[in-house]
Design a protein around this ligand. Structure first.
Ligand SMILES: NC(=O)c1ccc[n+]([C@@H]2O[C@H](COP(=O)([O-])OP(=O)(O)OC[C@H]3O[C@@H](n4cnc5c(N)ncnc54)[C@H](O)[C@@H]3O)[C@@H](O)[C@H]2O)c1
Length: 372
């Protein structure tokens, strides 16, 4: 890895976004050049704690700053698409939290801007850099799973008590945590989907979101593959502990996610006596894939004096891997994973799935610009 240049990042949004700041500060390829948040007082608290001098309350000012190489966008969901487009138009590379956008048109516009400018775009999908995903990928690539026969992913989460804007959201419009592992594992593109709505949400949620269903459950046809996958989601009015699960069924071995957080996951091995087929396993950490300066961030860091927000360990230890992937792509002048087109395919699965739900499960094809 070339260490000749440091890339200047501006962090946009300092809720979830703040968790990435210490990682960028420790990475040899990055310099945290600026932070941006609308609430100046809260921004100053973080800037003072972390010693970040340049602070902006207005996004336009970040984009007008010629010293900024890229923005890492962690604003609320409705702001992802316009902020990404404006950054690309201003000549900045973009790392953006999920989802890429909430409409197909916006995904298309971002892909077009990336193609026209040659700038890098990466959707910061945590699931495909979690230790579970990296473990399953290693099993798959080493041949231990055999041929993949089916995949399943779920992301139930009761959003009562979360910021109010979630009431306007549709479950499948925030589906990348379930789409990304099933497509990412086999490096596939979704070709078409069929999604069923089930149950019903209370009137307030139905009126605000326009979605009457409690649960959305979608089948994905993967292009040029005989494998299909099933994903499901809810946001309100269904009882279950939060879970971002990923199950993979192979001819030789299958991985099943635990039902209860912090219990062990299960690996099934074919052709053993029935009682010996399942085995509770501990998933290893993948810090060794990272530069040594940021390896500690795959685990939670207990440092009471340092910061009030979580440092490291979040989302299966994925945060330092995301940071490292984008910086490495910039340094090596290659596409990050996922790039804009892959991010659009992953995001549009959810958008098409909801269209399908509203048509009683009719097949909806993914837009051609997302299939490469
Ligand atoms: N696993 C994951 O991938 C994951 C986990 C958590 C959050 N997220 C995503 O991260 C994003 C942020 O989540 P959060 O919980 O921190 O939300 P939040 O509402 O708590 O914070 C949003 C932040 O964005 C800032 N902001 C909003 N509009 C802005 C503007 N115009 N200019 C500058 N700053 C602006 C706000 O000041 C705030 O700091 C959401 O899109 C969420 O979906 C992803």
């Amino acid at each position: 890895m070339s260490e000749s240049k440091q890339f200047n990042v501006a962090m946009i949004g300092l809720g979830f976004g703040a968790e990435f700041l210490p990682i960028y500060q420790a990475h040899p390829l990055a310099n945290v050049a600026a932070i941006c948040r609308r609430n100046e007082q809260e921004m100053n608290e973080i800037g003072d704690k972390l010693g970040i001098e340049k602070r902006y309350t207005k996004y336009e000012e970040v984009l007008a700053d010629p010293s900024i190489d890229f923005v890492h966008i962690n604003s609320p969901i409705p702001d992802h698409a316009w902020m990404s487009k404006e950054a690309l138009k201003a000549g900045k590379h973009v790392m953006c939290t999920v989802p890429m956008a909430t409409t197909i048109e916006e995904c298309d516009e971002i892909c077009q801007l990336v193609a026209e400018t040659g700038l890098k775009y990466m959707m910061a999908e945590t699931v495909v850099y979690s230790r579970e995903f990296l473990f399953i990928k290693e099993l798959y690539e080493s041949g231990e799973l055999g041929k993949i026969q089916f995949m399943k992913a779920s992301h139930p989460q009761d959003m009562d008590g979360w910021p109010d804007y979630w009431k306007d959201m549709i479950p499948m419009h925030y589906a990348t945590h379930v789409v990304s592992p099933v497509l990412g594992l086999v490096d596939g593109c979704a070709e078409y989907v069929s999604c069923f709505g089930s149950g019903s949400v209370r009137d307030e949620i139905k009126q605000r979101s326009g979605n009457p269903f409690a649960v959305e459950s979608c089948h994905i046809k993967i292009a040029d593959s005989d494998v299909s996958a099933q994903i499901w989601r809810f946001l309100y009015d269904t009882a279950r502990q939060y879970r971002e699960s990923f199950d993979v069924y192979g001819t030789k071995k299958s991985f099943e996610w635990t039902l209860i957080e912090d219990d062990p996951h299960v690996l099934h091995t074919a052709k053993k006596p029935e009682s010996e087929i399942p085995e509770r396993i501990e998933v290893p950490d993948y810090a060794h894939l990272l530069p040594k300066e940021i390896q500690k961030f795959t685990q939670s860091i207990q440092d009471a004096d340092h910061l009030s927000f979580v440092q490291g360990g979040g989302h299966g230890g994925s945060h330092p891997h995301l940071v490292n992937e984008f910086l490495s792509a910039l340094a090596e002048d290659r596409d990050p994973w996922p790039n804009a087109v892959q991010s659009a395919n992953w995001t549009c699965v959810g958008i098409c799935a909801h269209q399908s739900t509203m048509k009683g499960g009719e097949i909806v094809k993914l837009p051609a610009f997302t299939i490469k």
